[in-house]
Design a protein around this ligand. Structure first.
Ligand SMILES: NC(=O)c1ccc[n+]([C@@H]2O[C@H](COP(=O)([O-])OP(=O)(O)OC[C@H]3O[C@@H](n4cnc5c(N)ncnc54)[C@H](O)[C@@H]3O)[C@@H](O)[C@H]2O)c1
Length: 360
Protein backbone atom coordinates (compact mmCIF):
# COMPACT_ATOMS: atom_id res chain seq x y z
CA UNK A 1 0.00 0.00 0.00
CA UNK A 2 1.36 3.46 -0.81
CA UNK A 3 2.99 5.44 1.95
CA UNK A 4 0.86 8.39 3.07
CA UNK A 5 2.27 11.70 4.23
CA UNK A 6 0.99 13.32 7.41
CA UNK A 7 1.56 16.86 8.68
CA UNK A 8 1.05 17.53 12.39
CA UNK A 9 -0.32 20.74 13.90
CA UNK A 10 0.45 21.14 17.62
CA UNK A 11 3.79 20.05 19.11
CA UNK A 12 2.81 19.70 22.78
CA UNK A 13 2.66 16.78 25.19
CA UNK A 14 0.80 14.36 22.93
CA UNK A 15 3.13 14.87 19.95
CA UNK A 16 5.46 12.09 21.10
CA UNK A 17 2.70 9.50 20.90
CA UNK A 18 2.07 10.44 17.27
CA UNK A 19 5.78 10.46 16.41
CA UNK A 20 6.23 7.04 18.04
CA UNK A 21 3.22 5.69 16.15
CA UNK A 22 4.51 7.03 12.84
CA UNK A 23 7.96 5.57 13.37
CA UNK A 24 6.35 2.19 14.19
CA UNK A 25 4.44 2.44 10.89
CA UNK A 26 7.16 3.51 8.51
CA UNK A 27 5.87 1.26 5.75
CA UNK A 28 2.53 3.14 5.89
CA UNK A 29 3.24 6.70 7.00
CA UNK A 30 5.81 9.40 6.50
CA UNK A 31 5.93 12.60 8.55
CA UNK A 32 5.90 15.57 6.16
CA UNK A 33 6.07 18.61 8.47
CA UNK A 34 5.27 19.90 11.94
CA UNK A 35 3.67 23.15 13.03
CA UNK A 36 3.20 24.98 16.33
CA UNK A 37 2.38 28.60 17.08
CA UNK A 38 5.26 28.38 19.56
CA UNK A 39 8.40 28.51 17.39
CA UNK A 40 10.55 26.84 20.06
CA UNK A 41 8.26 23.83 20.11
CA UNK A 42 8.00 23.47 16.33
CA UNK A 43 11.75 23.87 15.90
CA UNK A 44 12.47 21.33 18.59
CA UNK A 45 10.12 18.87 16.88
CA UNK A 46 11.79 19.58 13.54
CA UNK A 47 15.21 18.92 14.99
CA UNK A 48 14.07 15.60 16.38
CA UNK A 49 12.33 14.46 13.23
CA UNK A 50 14.28 16.11 10.42
CA UNK A 51 11.14 17.51 8.73
CA UNK A 52 10.40 21.18 8.01
CA UNK A 53 8.71 23.18 10.78
CA UNK A 54 6.25 26.05 10.62
CA UNK A 55 4.50 28.38 13.06
CA UNK A 56 1.35 28.90 10.97
CA UNK A 57 -0.75 26.20 9.41
CA UNK A 58 -1.27 28.26 6.24
CA UNK A 59 2.48 28.52 5.68
CA UNK A 60 2.81 24.80 6.20
CA UNK A 61 -0.05 23.68 3.99
CA UNK A 62 0.94 26.09 1.21
CA UNK A 63 4.53 24.83 1.30
CA UNK A 64 4.27 21.05 1.64
CA UNK A 65 2.31 18.17 0.19
CA UNK A 66 0.46 15.80 2.52
CA UNK A 67 -2.38 13.26 2.53
CA UNK A 68 -3.57 13.79 6.12
CA UNK A 69 -3.30 16.54 8.74
CA UNK A 70 -3.15 15.65 12.43
CA UNK A 71 -4.74 18.24 14.73
CA UNK A 72 -2.98 17.94 18.11
CA UNK A 73 -3.73 21.42 19.40
CA UNK A 74 -5.50 22.29 22.65
CA UNK A 75 -9.05 20.95 22.68
CA UNK A 76 -10.80 24.32 22.35
CA UNK A 77 -9.06 25.02 19.04
CA UNK A 78 -9.73 21.63 17.36
CA UNK A 79 -12.79 22.86 15.48
CA UNK A 80 -11.28 26.08 14.07
CA UNK A 81 -8.05 24.37 13.03
CA UNK A 82 -9.75 21.30 11.56
CA UNK A 83 -12.34 23.33 9.65
CA UNK A 84 -9.62 25.50 8.09
CA UNK A 85 -7.61 22.45 7.04
CA UNK A 86 -10.61 20.76 5.43
CA UNK A 87 -12.29 23.86 3.97
CA UNK A 88 -9.25 25.82 2.75
CA UNK A 89 -6.93 22.97 1.80
CA UNK A 90 -9.25 20.02 1.15
CA UNK A 91 -7.18 17.71 3.37
CA UNK A 92 -8.52 14.87 5.54
CA UNK A 93 -8.07 15.43 9.27
CA UNK A 94 -7.18 13.21 12.22
CA UNK A 95 -8.18 15.15 15.32
CA UNK A 96 -7.18 14.33 18.89
CA UNK A 97 -9.88 13.70 21.47
CA UNK A 98 -12.21 15.30 22.33
CA UNK A 99 -13.32 16.00 18.76
CA UNK A 100 -14.39 19.49 19.91
CA UNK A 101 -15.99 20.97 22.99
CA UNK A 102 -19.37 22.18 21.76
CA UNK A 103 -21.94 20.28 19.74
CA UNK A 104 -22.10 23.23 17.32
CA UNK A 105 -18.35 22.89 16.71
CA UNK A 106 -18.68 19.13 16.06
CA UNK A 107 -21.49 19.88 13.60
CA UNK A 108 -19.31 22.52 11.92
CA UNK A 109 -16.46 20.05 11.53
CA UNK A 110 -18.68 17.35 10.06
CA UNK A 111 -20.21 19.86 7.67
CA UNK A 112 -16.75 21.03 6.55
CA UNK A 113 -15.71 17.42 5.93
CA UNK A 114 -18.81 16.76 3.88
CA UNK A 115 -18.51 19.95 1.84
CA UNK A 116 -14.82 19.34 1.14
CA UNK A 117 -15.46 15.64 0.46
CA UNK A 118 -12.77 14.54 2.93
CA UNK A 119 -12.66 12.18 5.90
CA UNK A 120 -12.62 13.30 9.53
CA UNK A 121 -11.00 10.78 11.89
CA UNK A 122 -11.01 11.08 15.67
CA UNK A 123 -8.33 9.74 18.05
CA UNK A 124 -9.69 7.33 20.67
CA UNK A 125 -6.70 5.04 20.70
CA UNK A 126 -7.86 2.88 23.60
CA UNK A 127 -10.39 1.12 21.39
CA UNK A 128 -7.46 -0.67 19.80
CA UNK A 129 -6.25 -2.11 23.12
CA UNK A 130 -6.26 -5.92 22.99
CA UNK A 131 -8.48 -6.26 26.07
CA UNK A 132 -11.33 -4.14 24.78
CA UNK A 133 -10.99 -5.70 21.32
CA UNK A 134 -11.51 -9.10 22.99
CA UNK A 135 -14.54 -7.75 24.87
CA UNK A 136 -16.03 -6.41 21.65
CA UNK A 137 -15.52 -9.78 19.96
CA UNK A 138 -17.28 -11.50 22.86
CA UNK A 139 -20.13 -8.98 22.67
CA UNK A 140 -20.53 -9.41 18.90
CA UNK A 141 -20.55 -13.18 19.34
CA UNK A 142 -23.45 -12.79 21.80
CA UNK A 143 -21.49 -14.21 24.73
CA UNK A 144 -22.62 -11.56 27.22
CA UNK A 145 -26.28 -12.16 26.45
CA UNK A 146 -28.50 -9.59 28.12
CA UNK A 147 -26.30 -6.77 29.42
CA UNK A 148 -26.75 -5.82 33.07
CA UNK A 149 -24.20 -3.17 33.99
CA UNK A 150 -21.26 -1.24 32.57
CA UNK A 151 -18.85 0.58 34.87
CA UNK A 152 -16.04 3.06 34.32
CA UNK A 153 -13.67 3.84 37.17
CA UNK A 154 -10.97 6.44 36.61
CA UNK A 155 -8.80 7.25 39.60
CA UNK A 156 -5.88 9.28 38.32
CA UNK A 157 -3.74 12.07 39.71
CA UNK A 158 -3.66 15.46 37.99
CA UNK A 159 -2.36 18.09 40.39
CA UNK A 160 -2.07 21.88 40.25
CA UNK A 161 1.25 21.54 38.41
CA UNK A 162 -0.48 19.66 35.60
CA UNK A 163 -3.18 22.32 35.23
CA UNK A 164 -0.59 25.12 35.39
CA UNK A 165 1.23 23.75 32.33
CA UNK A 166 -1.08 25.67 29.99
CA UNK A 167 -3.80 28.28 30.42
CA UNK A 168 -6.41 26.21 28.56
CA UNK A 169 -6.33 23.29 31.00
CA UNK A 170 -9.33 22.88 33.28
CA UNK A 171 -11.27 25.76 31.71
CA UNK A 172 -14.84 25.34 30.51
CA UNK A 173 -14.16 27.14 27.26
CA UNK A 174 -11.14 25.12 26.19
CA UNK A 175 -10.86 21.85 28.10
CA UNK A 176 -13.51 20.74 30.61
CA UNK A 177 -12.53 18.61 33.60
CA UNK A 178 -11.75 15.00 34.43
CA UNK A 179 -14.72 13.73 32.42
CA UNK A 180 -13.91 15.58 29.20
CA UNK A 181 -10.15 15.33 29.23
CA UNK A 182 -9.33 12.01 30.87
CA UNK A 183 -12.40 9.81 31.40
CA UNK A 184 -13.66 10.36 27.83
CA UNK A 185 -11.47 7.46 26.72
CA UNK A 186 -13.15 5.00 29.05
CA UNK A 187 -16.62 6.42 28.57
CA UNK A 188 -16.06 5.72 24.89
CA UNK A 189 -15.06 2.12 25.66
CA UNK A 190 -18.14 1.65 27.81
CA UNK A 191 -20.55 3.01 25.22
CA UNK A 192 -18.82 1.07 22.42
CA UNK A 193 -19.73 -2.13 24.23
CA UNK A 194 -22.97 -1.18 26.02
CA UNK A 195 -24.62 0.78 23.18
CA UNK A 196 -26.88 3.84 23.08
CA UNK A 197 -27.53 5.81 26.25
CA UNK A 198 -31.06 6.80 27.15
CA UNK A 199 -30.50 9.00 30.20
CA UNK A 200 -27.89 10.26 32.67
CA UNK A 201 -27.85 11.65 36.17
CA UNK A 202 -24.65 13.29 37.37
CA UNK A 203 -23.04 15.00 40.32
CA UNK A 204 -19.69 16.75 39.86
CA UNK A 205 -17.28 18.51 42.20
CA UNK A 206 -13.96 20.32 42.15
CA UNK A 207 -12.13 19.02 45.20
CA UNK A 208 -8.36 19.41 45.11
CA UNK A 209 -7.33 21.82 42.35
CA UNK A 210 -8.23 25.38 41.48
CA UNK A 211 -9.86 24.95 38.06
CA UNK A 212 -13.22 25.97 36.59
CA UNK A 213 -14.35 22.47 35.63
CA UNK A 214 -14.70 19.30 37.73
CA UNK A 215 -11.93 17.09 39.06
CA UNK A 216 -14.43 14.56 40.42
CA UNK A 217 -17.68 13.10 39.08
CA UNK A 218 -20.26 10.42 39.82
CA UNK A 219 -22.62 9.56 36.98
CA UNK A 220 -25.47 7.05 36.73
CA UNK A 221 -26.60 6.00 33.25
CA UNK A 222 -29.47 4.05 31.75
CA UNK A 223 -28.77 2.45 28.39
CA UNK A 224 -31.42 2.04 25.71
CA UNK A 225 -31.13 -1.71 26.28
CA UNK A 226 -32.35 -1.25 29.85
CA UNK A 227 -28.91 -1.98 31.34
CA UNK A 228 -27.44 0.49 33.83
CA UNK A 229 -24.06 2.16 33.98
CA UNK A 230 -21.85 3.97 36.45
CA UNK A 231 -18.99 6.38 35.86
CA UNK A 232 -16.78 7.08 38.84
CA UNK A 233 -14.16 9.59 37.78
CA UNK A 234 -11.60 11.64 39.64
CA UNK A 235 -8.25 13.15 38.83
CA UNK A 236 -8.01 14.13 42.51
CA UNK A 237 -6.57 10.73 43.43
CA UNK A 238 -3.55 11.21 45.69
CA UNK A 239 -0.70 10.62 45.97
CA UNK A 240 -0.47 8.62 42.70
CA UNK A 241 -2.50 7.25 39.80
CA UNK A 242 -4.47 4.27 41.08
CA UNK A 243 -6.68 2.82 38.39
CA UNK A 244 -8.34 3.20 35.00
CA UNK A 245 -10.82 0.38 34.59
CA UNK A 246 -13.98 -0.66 32.81
CA UNK A 247 -16.21 -3.59 33.65
CA UNK A 248 -19.01 -5.27 31.78
CA UNK A 249 -21.57 -7.57 33.38
CA UNK A 250 -24.03 -9.60 31.32
CA UNK A 251 -26.16 -12.66 31.95
CA UNK A 252 -23.55 -14.77 30.11
CA UNK A 253 -20.40 -13.43 31.69
CA UNK A 254 -18.32 -10.75 33.37
CA UNK A 255 -15.19 -8.91 32.28
CA UNK A 256 -13.08 -6.40 34.19
CA UNK A 257 -10.28 -4.58 32.39
CA UNK A 258 -8.14 -2.83 34.99
CA UNK A 259 -4.60 -1.65 35.60
CA UNK A 260 -3.79 2.04 35.26
CA UNK A 261 -5.34 2.23 31.80
CA UNK A 262 -7.55 -0.83 31.13
CA UNK A 263 -4.35 -2.65 30.17
CA UNK A 264 -4.85 -5.65 32.43
CA UNK A 265 -7.55 -8.30 32.19
CA UNK A 266 -8.58 -8.62 35.85
CA UNK A 267 -11.61 -10.84 35.25
CA UNK A 268 -12.62 -12.85 32.19
CA UNK A 269 -15.38 -15.18 33.18
CA UNK A 270 -17.98 -16.53 30.74
CA UNK A 271 -20.47 -19.26 31.59
CA UNK A 272 -20.01 -20.84 28.14
CA UNK A 273 -16.28 -21.49 28.75
CA UNK A 274 -15.35 -21.11 32.42
CA UNK A 275 -11.71 -22.19 31.91
CA UNK A 276 -10.96 -19.74 29.15
CA UNK A 277 -8.33 -17.12 29.90
CA UNK A 278 -7.88 -13.93 27.93
CA UNK A 279 -5.10 -12.78 30.24
CA UNK A 280 -2.14 -13.90 28.13
CA UNK A 281 -3.43 -12.35 24.93
CA UNK A 282 -5.00 -9.19 26.16
CA UNK A 283 -2.92 -7.89 29.09
CA UNK A 284 0.15 -5.77 28.37
CA UNK A 285 2.51 -3.57 30.35
CA UNK A 286 2.41 0.20 29.79
CA UNK A 287 4.84 2.94 30.71
CA UNK A 288 2.23 5.71 30.66
CA UNK A 289 -1.54 5.98 30.79
CA UNK A 290 -1.89 6.83 27.08
CA UNK A 291 -1.04 3.21 26.12
CA UNK A 292 0.06 2.14 22.63
CA UNK A 293 -3.18 2.50 20.71
CA UNK A 294 -1.91 5.32 18.48
CA UNK A 295 0.19 2.73 16.57
CA UNK A 296 -2.90 0.70 15.62
CA UNK A 297 -4.94 3.84 15.09
CA UNK A 298 -2.59 5.05 12.34
CA UNK A 299 -2.82 1.59 10.73
CA UNK A 300 -6.62 1.75 10.85
CA UNK A 301 -6.74 5.26 9.37
CA UNK A 302 -4.32 4.26 6.60
CA UNK A 303 -6.40 1.25 5.67
CA UNK A 304 -9.61 3.27 5.78
CA UNK A 305 -8.08 5.86 3.45
CA UNK A 306 -6.77 3.24 1.04
CA UNK A 307 -9.89 1.10 0.86
CA UNK A 308 -12.67 3.61 1.53
CA UNK A 309 -13.98 1.53 4.44
CA UNK A 310 -15.02 3.21 7.66
CA UNK A 311 -12.33 3.80 10.27
CA UNK A 312 -13.06 2.71 13.82
CA UNK A 313 -13.81 6.26 14.94
CA UNK A 314 -14.96 9.05 12.63
CA UNK A 315 -16.83 12.31 13.16
CA UNK A 316 -20.27 10.96 14.01
CA UNK A 317 -18.92 8.93 16.91
CA UNK A 318 -16.75 11.80 18.09
CA UNK A 319 -19.91 13.90 18.20
CA UNK A 320 -21.82 11.25 20.19
CA UNK A 321 -19.14 11.32 22.90
CA UNK A 322 -19.29 15.13 23.10
CA UNK A 323 -23.08 15.02 23.24
CA UNK A 324 -22.96 12.63 26.19
CA UNK A 325 -20.54 14.94 28.03
CA UNK A 326 -22.97 17.83 27.58
CA UNK A 327 -25.85 15.74 28.88
CA UNK A 328 -23.76 14.84 31.95
CA UNK A 329 -22.83 18.49 32.59
CA UNK A 330 -26.44 19.57 32.05
CA UNK A 331 -27.55 17.10 34.70
CA UNK A 332 -24.88 18.17 37.16
CA UNK A 333 -25.91 21.82 36.75
CA UNK A 334 -29.67 21.26 37.02
CA UNK A 335 -29.63 18.40 39.51
CA UNK A 336 -32.09 16.56 37.25
CA UNK A 337 -31.72 13.44 35.10
CA UNK A 338 -31.31 14.20 31.39
CA UNK A 339 -32.94 12.07 28.70
CA UNK A 340 -30.67 12.10 25.64
CA UNK A 341 -33.14 10.89 23.06
CA UNK A 342 -35.47 13.84 23.69
CA UNK A 343 -32.84 16.42 22.84
CA UNK A 344 -32.35 18.04 19.44
CA UNK A 345 -30.53 21.14 18.11
CA UNK A 346 -26.92 22.27 18.59
CA UNK A 347 -27.61 24.06 21.88
CA UNK A 348 -29.76 21.34 23.36
CA UNK A 349 -28.03 21.33 26.74
CA UNK A 350 -28.35 25.01 27.67
CA UNK A 351 -26.93 24.65 31.18
CA UNK A 352 -23.79 22.77 30.17
CA UNK A 353 -20.78 25.06 30.43
CA UNK A 354 -18.48 22.94 28.27
CA UNK A 355 -17.20 24.90 25.28
CA UNK A 356 -18.40 28.20 26.74
CA UNK A 357 -16.78 30.81 28.93
CA UNK A 358 -17.27 30.26 32.67
CA UNK A 359 -19.88 33.06 33.01
CA UNK A 360 -22.49 31.04 31.15
N1 LIG B 1 -5.25 10.62 23.03
C1 LIG B 1 -4.73 10.87 24.21
O1 LIG B 1 -4.52 9.97 25.03
C2 LIG B 1 -4.37 12.27 24.57
C3 LIG B 1 -3.48 12.51 25.63
C4 LIG B 1 -3.12 13.83 25.89
C5 LIG B 1 -3.68 14.87 25.17
N2 LIG B 1 -4.59 14.58 24.19
C6 LIG B 1 -5.24 15.67 23.45
O2 LIG B 1 -4.29 16.28 22.60
C7 LIG B 1 -4.53 17.68 22.51
C8 LIG B 1 -3.25 18.42 22.87
O3 LIG B 1 -2.90 18.12 24.19
P1 LIG B 1 -1.43 18.41 24.73
O4 LIG B 1 -1.39 17.86 26.11
O5 LIG B 1 -0.42 17.97 23.74
O6 LIG B 1 -1.49 20.03 24.79
P2 LIG B 1 -0.30 21.07 24.84
O7 LIG B 1 -0.84 22.31 25.42
O8 LIG B 1 0.89 20.43 25.45
O9 LIG B 1 0.02 21.30 23.30
C9 LIG B 1 -0.86 21.94 22.40
C10 LIG B 1 0.00 22.69 21.38
O10 LIG B 1 -0.81 23.17 20.31
C11 LIG B 1 -0.27 24.41 19.90
N3 LIG B 1 -1.30 25.13 19.12
C12 LIG B 1 -2.50 25.60 19.55
N4 LIG B 1 -3.17 26.18 18.52
C13 LIG B 1 -2.39 26.07 17.43
C14 LIG B 1 -2.52 26.45 16.06
N5 LIG B 1 -3.61 27.09 15.63
N6 LIG B 1 -1.53 26.17 15.20
C15 LIG B 1 -0.40 25.55 15.63
N7 LIG B 1 -0.20 25.14 16.92
C16 LIG B 1 -1.19 25.40 17.80
C17 LIG B 1 0.11 25.10 21.19
O11 LIG B 1 1.08 26.13 20.96
C18 LIG B 1 0.69 23.93 22.00
O12 LIG B 1 2.10 23.79 21.84
C19 LIG B 1 -5.69 17.98 23.46
O13 LIG B 1 -6.88 18.07 22.72
C20 LIG B 1 -5.75 16.77 24.36
O14 LIG B 1 -7.06 16.47 24.82
C21 LIG B 1 -4.92 13.32 23.87
Amino acid sequence: MPIQKVALIGCGRILNKHLDALSENQELWQLAAVCDLDADKSEEAAQRTGVPSFTHLDDMLNAIDCDLVGVLTDSGSHADVAVRVMRDYGKPVLVEKPMALSIADCDRMMQAAETAGVRLFVVKQNRFNPGIQAVRKAKDAGRFGKMVMGTVRLRWRRDEGYYNQAAWRGTWAEDGGCLTNQTIHYIDLMTWIMGEIESVYAQTATRLVDIEAEDTAAVVLRFSSGALGIIEATTATRPDNLEGSVSFLGEGGSVVLGGFATNKVETWNFADNPNESAEADASYPIDNVYGYGHVMLYQDVHQAMMTGRRALIEGAEGLRAVELLHAIYESSETGEPVVLSEQTGADRYPNSKLGHSAER
